[in-house]
Ligand binder design. Structure first.
Ligand SMILES: [Zn+2]
Ligand SMILES: [Zn+2]
Length: 352
């Protein structure tokens, strides 16, 4: 059995990604081998591929890197100590792994594990641009029948967006503004509506993506190429501004605008990377308006919570997926990105 192989994509350096035949992982102890069904392509995968990721420049992500951290699949084999899963189970997983036996892990505080690895990124645990994944049982969860493999592969980005709404109360009188029409932007729209925001405003620049935003719950869309978002949001809120802004676009201008289109005591949740330090943030405005700004990068526990919302929310996240590409062709997505660019939200890599 140790001689079995699989295909996997590894990034060896900027603009150097290779599809290779590598050893297939082997289940042992509390580890599972999972056959990947779907892998979502993330902006982070692109920034590792191009070398533009700030984590590549800081040395926290090193090459070679087996990329990919958004996925769902089917259990193929289990180690002898695995108790919760059997071959054939549909599953999803956390975007990190822990050792399972250090003092933090023994308390269930996996994010403070002394041997933590991020799947496909920092201190890389081999990622899901591969036919099979090896995962510890305690980071794997059953995927409910009601949640498709496609949507299951969106649990990871949804678990990031989930942080943007923690400690926020939204009601019929609340306005939530979402910047950005990528997958995390659309998932934020979907969450804002699920949490009861009376008015959800999506700001972007591409009409086809704004249209998909309406399919997941946006009440109003603003094309920032044509309309000034600050004036428009003020007009839509009787001059007061938004209660919550979720900035997912990664545009420094969007972040600066966020300060100006929210009301006093509002919350700004930042769910994107800018890949550099930013100048020109209007801090005095934040102080004067008693604003609160938080960074949202996801944390342990979010994945199960968003999966539960997917199960009960009648609104599907399928409109986030704009492209399906067979795994055999997945390098094309990186090497010829412009082919996909205009209308791309989430590209899903299909393994079957
Ligand atoms: Zn991602
Ligand atoms: Zn540990």
């Amino acid at each position: 059995m140790p001689n079995e192989t699989m295909r996997a994509v590894t990034v060896y350096g900027p603009n150097d990604a290779r599809m290779e035949t590598v050893p297939k992982p082997v289940a042992s102890g509390r580890m599972l081998v999972i056959k990947v069904s779907r892998t979502g392509v993330c902006a982070t995968d692109f920034s590792i591929y191009t070398g533009e990721s700030s984590f590549v420049r800081s040395g926290e992500i090193t090459y070679p890197c087996r990329i990919g951290h958004e996925w769902a699949g089917v259990v193929e084999s289990v180690g002898p100590a695995v108790t919760r899963f059997k071959p054939g189970d549909r599953v999803y997983a956390d975007n990190f792994t822990s050792c399972g036996h250090c003092p933090a892990c023994l308390k269930g505080d996996y994010m403070n594990c002394t041997d933590i690895h991020s799947v496909g990124t920092v201190n890389c645990w081999d990622g899901c641009f591969a036919e099979y994944m090896l995962m510890p049982e305690w980071h794997v969860y059953p995927l409910p029948d009601r949640v498709s493999m496609d949507v299951g592969a969106l649990i990871e980005p949804a678990s990031i967006a989930y942080d943007a709404f923690k400690e926020v109360t939204l009601g019929p009188d609340s306005t939530a503004v979402i910047y950005g029409t990528g997958a995390i932007g659309l998932i934020s729209v979907w969450l804002a509506k699920y949490y009861g925001a009376g008015q959800v405003i999506l700001i972007g620049r591409t009409p086809s993506k704004l249209e998909r935003g309406k399919q997941v719950g946006a009440d109003v869309t603003i094309n920032s190429r044509e309309t000034d978002p600050v004036a428009e949001v003020k007009a839509l809120t009787s001059g007061k501004g938004a209660h919550l802004v979720v900035e997912t676009s990664g545009s420094p201008d969007a972040l600066k605008e966020s300060f100006r289109l929210c009301r006093r005591y509002a919350r700004i949740s930042v769910v994107s990377f800018y890949e550099r330090d930013l100048d020109g943030i209007p801090m005095d405005h934040l102080v004067l308006q008693n604003l609160k700004i938080i960074g949202a990068a996801g944390c342990y526990g979010n994945a199960e919570n968003v999966c539960a919302i997917m199960q009960e929310n009648p609104v599907s996240l399928e409109p986030c997926i704009t492209h399906h590409v067979p795994f055999a062709d997945c390098l094309d997505v990186f090497e010829h990105e412009s082919k996909y660019h205009a209308d791309k939200i989430k590209v899903m890599i299909d393994f079957d």
